[in-house]
Design a protein. Structure first.
Length: 261
């Protein structure tokens, strides 16, 4: 992936625009999710919404990926391809949006509930959300990448879940995927030290059962090997002088996803 590219204030100002668009796109897409819609209808919305805002959907054509968004349902861990699949009551679905605006990328995803879901599914989704939130909270200059992965692994496994190893977070900026790789497991005190101006995603994928994966014949869709549920949340973040900026922060609650007392 090459060397880590440190962003200056001008870079970050432009990147914020792409990240803001990606997060707004995901918020609006989440409002569509209900039993009876197809994953392709989510793709169509994301594609058209992105173009209307003078941007491009980064997944479309990326290494041959055929759609503008990834939609990963139930046992699909990531890179699910939108299709005529109809969402059913009780499903969970991760929607992964990446926008390119003025040459900069913003990448964000969330797992949504389709109607009423089981307590088991809800617990998995909320623990996954917490894995992301807790890991973002420790980001600041001097922290090591291994500290992020160790925290996620410890928290997920303490709740009885496993952490996917085959897919990781990544640096992001003018390129969709840059250095460094950000694993969601590992040992604290190891790996690259974080520095001001680094931009990357954290995107833990947490499974109900075995952490191992299998890729379907479409060469994209990754599923759990035991057919159990998987959930994922993702933000693009920037390391600041004293902490972290969540560049893809939502400006309103995610309908059909975020739970508030």
């Amino acid at each position: 992936m090459g060397n880590i590219i440190i962003k200056n204030e001008s870079d970050l100002a432009e990147m914020r625009k792409a990240c803001k668009l990606a997060s707004r796109t995901l918020v609006e897409a989440g409002k569509l999710i209900e039993p009876g819609i197809t994953t392709d209808s989510i793709n169509q919305f994301v594609h058209e919404y992105t173009l209307r805002h003078n941007a491009k959907p980064a997944p479309l054509g990326y290494r041959g990926y055929p759609k503008s968004v990834c939609t990963s349902v139930n046992e699909v861990i990531c890179h699910g391809i939108p299709s005529n699949r109809v969402l059913q009551e009780g499903d969970i679905i991760n929607v992964d949006v990446t926008s390119i605006l003025n040459g900069w990328h913003g990448d964000v995803s969330a797992t949504f509930y389709v109607g009423e879901v089981s307590d088991e599914a809800k617990k998995l989704v909320e623990v996954t959300r917490e894995c992301l939130q807790k890991s973002i909270a420790i980001v600041k200059p001097g922290v090591r990448l291994g500290d992020i992965g160790a925290l996620i692994q410890q928290y997920a496994e303490s709740r009885g879940y496993s952490v996917v190893r085959d897919f990781v977070g990544h640096g992001i900026g003018r390129s969709f995927h840059e250095a460094p790789q950000v694993t969601h497991f590992g040992k604290a005190g190891r790996g690259q030290r974080l520095a001001k101006g680094m931009t990357f995603t954290i995107e833990p994928m947490i499974n109900q059962g075995d952490f191992r994966t299998r890729i379907l014949d479409d060469d994209w869709t990754a599923i759990t090997i035991d057919g159990k549920l998987s959930a994922q949340f993702e933000h693009t973040i920037a390391v600041t002088e004293n902490g972290v900026e969540v560049m893809t922060a939502f400006d309103e609650p995610l309908l059909h996803s975020e739970v508030f007392p």
